[in-house]
Design a protein around this ligand. Structure first.
Ligand code: GTP
Ligand code: MG
Length: 204
């Protein structure tokens, strides 16, 4: 898929303050610091569009970006706040959960939620629980493993095997997944092709 333009639209603190659901959209979610904002910038090839940071918890709002605005088929990319940031108070973790879950549940133009997982680590309970919750809620998702440039190839393969086995403990079929790096651009074309395929289904 060709990306002609990508622009920031809004930062919202509530799902019903998001832009009108005029175009199909994809949300990017995952643990704090997993690389959501970096992946968005990589996909649209625009450094600094989504704000990135070495400090977890940078993204705190629902951030909409419009892609290919002047083309026949614009769509939204959404950068969501990360979960599992230890320094956030329990009370605000709870409100995080409600505000994000409401967005995922009610956003009518949400085509697919991309769940980012750090390819360097063994399966984490918080990620598995989140994926299972999406499955239970009937929310379409795909998994995007991030930071593949930070692991040796053999280790990456081994990590993916462990992850796949873990997923099959919870799902009958393996969810769609991608291995990516915002540094090396691994997985960029595959992920864009997937998004394009979903957009085509929606437009039929
Ligand atoms: P929050 O908004 O805080 O939840 O973080 P985020 O998930 O948006 O992560 P962000 O994109 O800000 O990246 C976090 C850190 O990881 C930054 O220092 C990035 O430069 C780094 N990073 C992200 N993706 C990659 C990658 O593919 N490879 C490498 N080597 N570093 C990455
Ligand atoms: Mg971010």
């Amino acid at each position: 898929m060709n990306i002609y333009s990508a622009e920031f639209v809004t930062s919202a603190t509530d799902w019903n303050k998001c832009p009108l659901p005029t175009y199909p959209e994809f949300a990017f979610i995952g643990r704090s610091n997993v690389g959501k904002s970096s992946l968005i910038n990589m996909l649209v090839n625009k450094k600094g569009l989504a704000k990135t940071s070495g400090t977890p918890g940078k993204t705190q709002t629902i951030n909409h970006f419009i892609v290919n605005q002047d083309q026949p088929k614009p769509w939204f990319l959404v950068d969501l706040p990360g979960y599992g940031y230890a320094k956030v108070a329990k009370s605000s973790r709870k409100s995080w959960s409600k505000f994000i879950m409401d967005y995922l549940d009610y956003r009518e133009n949400l085509m697919c939620t991309m769940v980012l997982i750090d390819s360097r680590h063994p399966p984490q309970k918080i990620d598995i629980e989140f994926l299972v919750k999406l499955g239970t809620m009937g929310i379409a998702f795909a998994i995007v493993f991030t930071k593949s440039d930070k692991v040796k190839p053999a280790e990456l393969i081994a990590n993916m095997e462990v992850y796949k086995a873990k997923l099959l403990e919870h799902f009958n079929t393996l969810p769609t997944y991608f291995v990516t790096s915002a540094e090396s651009w691994e997985g960029k074309e595959e992920l864009l092709a997937f998004l394009e395929g979903v957009l085509e289904i929606e437009l039929e």
